[in-house]
Design a protein around this ligand. Structure first.
Ligand SMILES: [Mg+2]
Length: 456
């Protein structure tokens, strides 16, 4: 995976050194030698990752980082701060300014490549999610909040995997302000804490006595329910290989022992925030997709989705000369229901109708609201006989049991007329199939309603 990295440092030798290292690993490198220049390049070139020196004359790294974060167009770009050796205070200030990660000067290769790759992966995911978010906004679905600035950090839960009880206790105390922390001492050699999907973050020791921390990380990464939860590993000082191996397993971040409280809290917070941000983007995406596809009154698919789906289905089934049956349904004299009980009750009837339809079709059948009180069921690989059987059963499921709704003391009698059409050997287009079912529906209405008709 390649990424465009912007290197910002006021010392030309530092810029050249980082540029050479990153280029050797096939990253695309841009450079800037002061804050103003950096902001200009960020604005014009949209790098994927920014390596930012803290100590610079004029605008220092913290200020540059704050400006990157306060501009909605650049707020999502990962920033790695490059600090002088052992400046724990700088790290905390950096995280408060919005930095995602740190490197200590002189920058060694392993942590540099590990952190840049890890953030490049994260950026890729975020870009994908942000793009889908933009697509939904273009469809007119606006969630209305800048998620990145409104990540809710409350009720965070962290699982610490550490079998040395004194360390576990100390880390728990460090974390107490920002999260509820559970400790798993892996006495059986496995993580036994229940409901792993409840956690915002796993902190895993890589120096466990009885078991292999790498294996635990790898299991968390491969399990469906924990795959997306960030992992922060605790590595021994001077064990660069531990860290690289962990990063290769997909661990999100690491911290070197002895653990500094401020750094731990800052890194944990940053992971939890990023994860919650990604989750809310995912949820928003699902919600937008759902909103774009479904009818809000009945929860069935909407007409737009039905048309697309039907076109795709018929193209596919025509290939295989398979049969598609289609039911066009219309509630009989629904206007009377609306006029008598009002539209809210009318909507209740539509919802109840939709529920009964859903309960009477197979998983492969697709039900959609086509218009006001018109509904369609698409039945792939289904012949006319079976479709008629389902249609008759639906007629009875609607007519036999009056609808109980909140706006009326007595249950309302509802019936439905159904037109049936089959696209089989005739290579019908989806619009002709719909017209054909609609014509059959008209026949059912003319013939006295509450019945099923087809043209064949
Ligand atoms: Mg400097």
């Amino acid at each position: 995976m390649t990424a465009r990295v912007l290197v910002v440092d006021d010392v030309i030798q530092n810029v050249k050194l980082l540029e050479a290292k990153l280029t050797s690993e096939y990253f695309d490198v841009l450079t800037a030698m002061n804050g103003e220049e950096a902001l200009k390049i960020i604005d014009e070139e949209h790098p994927d990752i920014i390596l930012l020196d803290v100590m610079m004359p004029g605008m220092d790294g913290f200020e540059v980082c704050r400006r990157i974060r306060s501009n909605p167009k650049t707020a999502h770009i990962p920033v790695i701060m490059v600090t002088a050796l052992d400046q724990a205070k700088d790290r905390v200030a950096g995280i408060e300014a919005g930095a995602d990660d740190f490197l200590t000067k002189p920058v060694s290769d392993l942590p540099l490549f590990a952190r840049v790759r890890s953030l490049a992966r994260l950026k890729l995911l975020m870009d994908e999610l942000r793009m889908r978010e933009t697509t939904s906004q273009n469809f007119g679905i606006n969630m209305g909040t800048d998620l990145n600035q409104n990540v809710n950090m409350r009720n965070a839960k962290v699982l610490l995997v550490e079998d040395y009880s004194r360390v576990a206790e100390r880390i728990s105390n460090y974390m107490a302000d920002i999260a509820k922390i559970d400790v798993d001492a892996v006495e059986t050699g496995e993580i036994t804490a229940p409901n792993l999907d409840q956690y915002d973050l796993f902190i895993i020791s890589l120096s466990l006595n009885e078991t292999d921390g790498f294996r635990l990380c790898s299991q968390l990464r491969s399990s469906e329910i924990t795959r997306k939860i960030p992992i922060l590993v605790l590595v021994e000082e001077g064990e660069g290989n531990q860290m690289v191996k962990a990063m290769e397993l997909g661990v999100s971040d690491y911290i070197t022992r002895p653990v500094d409280k401020n750094e731990l809290v800052a890194r944990a917070k940053s992971q939890i925030r990023q994860n919650r941000y990604a989750n809310s983007l995912r949820r928003n995406n699902q919600k937008s997709i759902q909103m774009a596809m479904t009818d809000s009154v009945t929860g069935l698919y909407n007409r737009h989705f039905l048309s697309t789906h039907l076109d795709n289905l018929m193209a596919k089934e025509n290939d295989k000369r398979k049969k598609v049956s289609l039911l066009m349904m219309d509630l009989d004299k629904f206007k009377v229901v609306n006029d008598t009980y009002g539209h809210i009750s009318g909507d209740e009837v539509l919802k109840e109708f939709a529920d009964r339809v859903t309960n009477n079709i197979r998983n492969i059948d697709l039900a959609a609201r086509f218009g006001g009180e018109e509904f369609v069921i698409v039945m792939p690989e289904t012949n006319l006989e079976y479709a008629r059987f389902v249609a008759d059963r639906l007629c009875r499921a609607i007519a036999d049991e009056p609808f109980v709704i909140s706006g009326s003391e007595t249950p309302i009698r509802v019936t439905v007329s159904i037109g049936l059409a089959l696209a089989g050997d005739k290579n019908l287009s989806s619009s002709k199939l719909l017209v054909s079912a609609d014509t059959a529906l008209y026949k059912a209405k003319e013939n006295g309603r509450n019945q099923v008709m087809s043209l064949d």
